[in-house]
Ligand binder design. Structure first.
Ligand SMILES: [Zn+2]
Length: 84
């Protein structure tokens, strides 16, 4: 187990590699920024059959754009990108 630095309020998102401020929503052990957290939730809904990517297209696009505009790495989310 790695040493956990207590008191640090920023961390690197596991998915997009951005340095992210802790907001509390990511308290379940995953180091995800809020945008990747939302994308992961949407991905779960889609894989559970509760939504389709088409249903969530606008929301997904906004999240991807946000990550990209902040210099994040989108390679983990390529399957959610619009197919051209
Ligand atoms: Zn992220």
């Amino acid at each position: 187990m790695k040493t956990f630095r207590r008191g640090s309020s920023t961390f690197t998102c596991d998915v997009c590699k951005r340095l992210t401020r802790e907001t509390g929503v990511q308290s379940l052990g995953s180091k995800l920024c809020p945008q990747c957290w939302d994308l992961a939730g949407i991905e779960n809904e889609i894989s559970d059959g509760n939504a389709t990517l088409a249903d969530r297209r606008d929301e997904v696009d906004q999240l991807l754009k946000h990550i990209e505009s902040k210099g994040g790495d989108l390679s983990e989310w390529t399957h959610l990108m619009p197919t051209l």
